[in-house]
Write a protein that binds this ligand. Structure first.
Ligand SMILES: O=C(O)CCC(=O)C(=O)O
Length: 319
């Protein structure tokens, strides 16, 4: 069935989806029984979009658990006029209204949530993907309920977690049916390998934002046009269904669409690697929840030129 074009926001830009600029993602489900084909897809696109990967009912149970948790923390987050499972935010619930749920905590590791994030499906998938080697996932979970107007700017994950396995992959799991106007991942296809991104990857992609004490989010930009104008690639996204996942490399540039609705956008990123590889110590074992927060929970300093801001580095790198 053809998708009706709709006006959404990708970072700072209003865009029509689907359109030439922001295309529909194609899934890689046809490769699921052929590990070489999965590798080939990852190599070509920089990601694997897999539909119906998790059990839908289990995902909806995990979502409900998160909503119950949010309700238990404060009466100011969710509207009591609507059924809890809808996840309707109270009017005015913006930045800072939804509690920080990243790390290893009562909700990131609640049974229904763990059942999805660390269930047999991802373990089997990654073991197969990594050629039969045993795998591990970080204890740290990037569990989020994104408020109205919230979004994630364009970045590669390598800037946050480059101190371990070179084969590390991200799996992004939407907890619920999440349409493009609620805040979904958009992938810049080819950004991990195209020669036009070589300098971007060498300079920005190799930055360890914590080691340099970067101020701000760690995002390269909030403007998707800047990426395609300067480096090329193709932005793609989709309306996600509960059960779908997006798996991608540490070098694949991605961002999210803006949550234009009054619904909490609940999702979690998890990380996977071969067990025998070194794991980034910041995210396993008895880590401390980071004092420095990057990404969504930081202030956007991308246009500030003072030392150690992204703008400072972009000028230094000649971007
Ligand atoms: O959920 C988001 O908004 C961003 C997720 C992300 O950047 C990631 O999975 O690496």
């Amino acid at each position: 069935m053809a998708v009706q074009p709709q006006e959404i926001k990708l970072g700072t830009r209003r865009v029509t989806f689907p359109s030439e600029y922001l295309q529909q993602l194609e899934d890689s489900n046809h490769c699921l029984n052929d590990v070489n084909a999965l590798h080939q897809e990852m190599q070509t696109k920089g990601y694997l979009y897999l539909r119906g990967f998790h059990d839908r009912e289990e995902v909806l149970q995990a979502r409900l658990e998160v909503l119950k948790y949010l309700k238990s923390t404060s009466d100011d987050i969710l509207s009591s006029k609507q059924p809890l499972e809808m996840g309707v935010l109270k009017q005015g619930c913006g930045v800072g209204c939804v509690p920080f749920m990243e790390g290893k905590n009562v909700i990131s590791h609640a049974d229904p949530v763990r059942k999805v994030l660390e269930g047999p499906r991802p373990f089997e998938f990654f073991k197969n993907y990594f050629g039969g080697r045993e795998v591990r996932t970080f204890d740290f979970k990037w569990l989020r309920a994104v408020h109205t107007e919230g979004f994630t700017g364009a970045h590669v994950d390598n800037v946050y977690m480059s101190r371990g396995s070179k084969e590390l992959l991200t799996m992004w799991t939407p907890l619920g049916d999440i349409t493009a106007d609620m805040g979904v991942l958009a992938m810049c296809e080819g950004s991990h390998r195209l020669p036009s991104f070589a300098k971007f990857q060498e300079k920005y992609g190799n930055l360890d934002v914590e080691a340099v004490g970067l101020k701000g989010t760690g995002w390269f930009t909030c403007d998707p046009y800047e990426i395609t104008d300067k480096f090329g690639g193709q932005w793609k996204t989709t309306n996600f269904q509960a059960g779908d996942v997006m798996i991608f490399t540490m070098r694949t540039l991605h961002m999210s669409t803006v949550n234009l609705t009054n619904l909490a956008r609940i999702s979690c990123d998890t990380r996977w690697q071969p067990l025998a590889d070194v794991a980034d110590p910041r995210y396993i074992g008895d880590f401390q929840t980071p004092g420095t927060k990057f990404g969504l929970y930081s202030t956007d300093e991308s246009k500030t030129t003072s030392d150690n801001t992204m703008e400072h580095y972009r000028i230094k790198w000649g971007f």
